[in-house]
Design a protein around this ligand. Structure first.
Ligand code: ZN
Length: 199
């Protein structure tokens, strides 16, 4: 690729640092940007600068926000007595897309993982307990992932909060809608059986 002039090489190098972008895709993107109308390239560059300047973390729930308090934490239409605990902003976005939840969130920023040396002080668990102690919280929904780390995190929070009056729930897991039973993994099937309901 050394036949490209230096500015193109620099852009290829920067783009190839993005997740899922290899050298070839980075080359294609860089050439696309080069041939795009001037205003498109300028908008892309200024959007990136604007993003880095304006996005901060909500002081209540730690979601991405362009203000001190995010849109959800400052919305009186949302149930501010209910907190859905998730590991990261993408999990929150997935729940928001479903329109199934009208409360608030708490973004932990990861999950407990003793093997990787991630303990309670490394994620935002203390901050969750502080919110839980505020007396206004009625329900905490544990929506951490259903893998080992997510389950460990949910159990830890459950253990610490079980003596409070807060209703503690865990999101259900089981067979996906339209799912073919023969392709369901063992753990999912066990959970689906355990959580079976009366019809
Ligand atoms: Zn917030």
């Amino acid at each position: 690729m050394n036949y490209y002039p230096e500015p193109i090489l620099k852009l290829i190098n920067s783009l190839s640092k993005l997740p899922g972008i290899g050298k070839n895709t980075a080359e294609r993107l860089a050439l696309h940007i080069l041939h795009a109308p001037n205003h498109e390239a300028v908008t892309l560059a200024s959007d990136i600068i604007e993003l880095k300047k304006s996005i901060q973390i909500c002081s209540v729930c730690f979601a991405l926000s362009d203000k001190d308090k995010c849109r959800i934490c400052s919305d009186p239409q949302r149930d501010q007595t209910s907190i859905c605990v998730v590991e990261n902003p993408t999990d929150m976005a997935a729940i928001e897309k479903s329109n199934a939840f009208l409360g608030t969130y708490h973004i932990l920023g990861g999950a407990l993982s003793p093997i990787d040396g991630i303990g309670p002080d490394d994620i935002r668990i203390k901050e969750l307990f502080k919110r839980a102690a505020s007396k206004t919280i009625k329900e905490i929904i544990l929506a951490t992932k259903t893998n080992v780390e997510g389950e460990a995190t949910a159990s830890y929070i459950l253990e610490k909060l079980k003596k409070t009056k807060i209703k503690l729930t865990r999101i259900a897991s089981g067979i996906p809608m339209g799912g073919d039973l023969q392709y369901i993994d063992q753990l999912t099937m066990q959970k689906a059986m355990e959580k079976r309901y009366d019809v």
